[in-house]
Design a protein. Structure first.
Length: 116
């Protein structure tokens, strides 16, 4: 069992930046990759990016350029740096972990609101 906790969401003006954090605890020894997704009410959850245990990254084409995923100095912590935020980036942002199996775990989400 892996427990994921996201933080860093909030309200920001268009053009602003935010950095989201996700920390994993529990059975983290079998984590293969961690990633970020987002969801707007009434829409499907959307992939943003993932990063492997070795640091390889992959982004959704629509997220390249403004969003950057990275690993923290603390083990099993990842970040999502978001720049040039737009109103359409308003969503609940979720952290995901893929473990050997594969098995998947989700955090509770953190809300990002981009509004003037």
């Amino acid at each position: 069992q892996v427990h994921l906790v996201e933080s860093g969401g909030g309200e920001v003006q268009p053009g602003g930046s935010l950095r989201l954090s996700c920390s994993a605890s529990g059975g983290t020894f079998s984590i293969r990759s961690m990633g970020w997704y987002r969801q707007v009410p009434g829409k499907e959850r959307e992939f943003i990016a993932w990063i492997t245990a070795r640091g390889s990254t992959n982004y959704a084409d629509s997220m390249k350029g403004r969003f950057t995923i990275s690993r923290g100095s603390v083990e099993n912590t990842i970040y999502l740096e978001m720049n040039g935020l737009k109103s359409e980036d308003t969503a609940v942002y979720y952290c995901n972990a893929e473990l050997l199996g594969p098995r998947y775990y989700w955090g509770q989400g953190t809300l990002v609101i981009v509004s003037s």
